[in-house]
Design a protein around this ligand. Sequence first.
Ligand code: PGA
Length: 249
Amino acid sequence: MRPKLIVGNWKMNGSRTVNAALLAEIAAGLKGAKASCAVCVPAPYLHQVEELLKGSSIAWGAQDVSAYEGGAYTGEVCAKMLGDFGCRYVIVGHSERRAYHGESSELVARKAMAVLKEGMSPIVCVGETLAQREAGQTVEVVGAQLGAVLELLPADAVEKIVVAYEPVWAIGTGKNATPAMAQEVHAALRGQLRSRNAEAAEGVAILYGGSMKPENARELLGQPDIDGGLIGGAALKAQDFLAIIHATQ
Ligand code: PGA
């Protein structure tokens, strides 16, 4: 069985005070947890989070990265900088970045490669809108999003990526995909990974994201191809995040 991975996506939330309290409460409640966990935090807090989590079992990461390696790109943060702060994961292609910042699947793929080049794991987000689901296009849409990454990804690097299936209509809405709906998409994504590297595909963590919370986590995480969660709102409440982590055993 694949180990479970629960990742908090803090989005644009937090402050030095709030972060310290949240992480202390999470760390205090982790005893006995079988799942691995990580938090992806706003870039300005990476130094603080590195200091607080160094030596703990909680990994950390960022929520976006530049596709460029460095230089004259005002406002951008490159993968090397994220690696410098001990990041293990970097979210790429979150639907909020695709929607509000016009990120194409090709750009997302380049960002994923930049992350891999620095020895970190990209968490590649894919997901359909409600209109696309209603039009029966879900597998085609997420397949094209993942396909853009697989096109650039060397076969021997497949094992290093994490995939997150996040239906856009489920993010922050309180409406989650049913376990069966999510499992169907996760199985299709794994099939696509297999076609790139059959052996590595079995080890790739495919996370579900979109209104995962303590009340629905156990059933979602019980599906054969759901290997964890990418958690937004519930990751900002220590007890909810912990309940999801403990729901994996
Ligand atoms: P949510 O967000 O858990 O608040 O729905 C998930 C995400 O956007 O990663």
